[in-house]
Design a protein around this ligand. Structure first.
Ligand SMILES: NC(=O)c1ccc[n+]([C@@H]2O[C@H](COP(=O)([O-])OP(=O)(O)OC[C@H]3O[C@@H](n4cnc5c(N)ncnc54)[C@H](OP(=O)(O)O)[C@@H]3O)[C@@H](O)[C@H]2O)c1
Length: 270
């Protein structure tokens, strides 16, 4: 049977696709724009829009499992979640993984209330979020960001992909909420130092919540949401910085370090 990956062209989804292919599974990838999808050979690419469930008919046919994202444009929660869950159940889907976005919305609640075998994947921070510093590092050798001292244990997107591929294809993961972290709790300043060490350049860190606020405004994020993000980063919950053994427990593999992520992506910063 085929596994459908939503968000397949995105940072995390692409790793879910790669991991499933590596394990020999048939993968179908959902995208709104197949011409831009650029997915590996052998992946069946289907067109569909999660904000319009009427477009998902062919994507859901003969699918045993789905990797689900729960947000659409500008990271706003998809209000269509309950309809998508109903369609998936009717299509005979058995398992789903749900990539959580911090707060439970209608989509997550509908999955929990369904008869599907669900596994929720929660990540406080993707290592790939460091990409937002790339332009300023390349051009000025600086990083401007919120509160340099607050710590989070970021996870490599490939580890989310590994966990998702296990949960979608093996028994024993239904009804679990997995919080996924990398192997270290890192402050923003730690991450900036590690990038500098890997690329061999000293990078200056400038604490600036105003810069961050402006960047979010340019992305169209609402003021209330900006305030929430800033106060969260000022004082992240203890759980966000706690290193957890989940990736190793589920996959049998050590999670990737942030230094490994930077090495893979060093070209972005040079
Ligand atoms: N960044 C973090 O630290 C963090 C932490 C936890 C959770 N998350 C959540 O994790 C999810 C995945 O993040 P990411 O960074 O991998 O995403 P990303 O790289 O920003 O890519 C977004 C993906 O979502 C798809 N998409 C967006 N709206 C869609 C719609 N209406 N219908 C179908 N597909 C749609 C896009 O597909 P096409 O453009 O090809 O259609 C693309 O594959 C997001 O929901 C994000 O909110 C992020």
């Amino acid at each position: 049977m085929t596994i459908l990956v939503t968000g397949a062209t995105g940072t995390v989804g692409r790793h879910v696709v790669d991991q499933l292919i590596q394990k020999g599974h048939k993968v179908r990838a959902l995208t709104r724009n197949p011409l831009k999808a650029n997915l590996p050979k052998g992946v069946e690419v289907v067109t569909g829009d999660l904000s319009d469930p009427s477009t998902l008919g062919s994507a859901l046919a003969d699918v045993s499992g789905i990797h689900l994202i729960t947000t659409g444009a500008e990271y706003t929660p998809l209000q269509t979640g309950p309809e998508i869950v109903e369609l998936a159940e009717r299509a005979g889907v058995r398992r789903v993984t749900v990539l959580w976005n911090g707060e439970k919305g209608p989509f997550e609640r509908a999955v929990e209330a369904s008869g599907l075998e669900w596994t929720q994947l929660q990540a406080f921070e993707f290592m790939a979020n460091a990409r937002k510093w790339a332009d300023a590092i390349r051009s000025e050798g600086v990083v401007r960001d919120l509160f340099g001292g607050s710590r989070i244990a970021p996870v490599h997107e490939a580890d989310i992909g590994r966990v998702a591929s296990v949960a979608l294809t093996e028994d024993g993961h239904a009804g679990k909420i997995y919080t996924l972290t990398g192997p270290e709790s890192l402050s923003v300043q730690d991450k900036v130092r590690i990038i500098g060490e890997v690329i061999g350049r000293e990078i200056q860190f400038i604490e600036s919540s105003e810069e961050e606020r402006e960047q979010m405004r340019r992305m169209g994020v609402e003021e209330e949401a900006i305030d929430y993000v800033i106060s969260w980063h000022l004082n992240p919950p203890e759980s966000a910085s706690t290193v957890l053994p989940t990736v190793k427990e589920v996959t049998g593999l050590q999670p990737y370090t942030f230094a490994a992520w930077v090495k893979e992506n060093a070209d972005l910063f040079i």
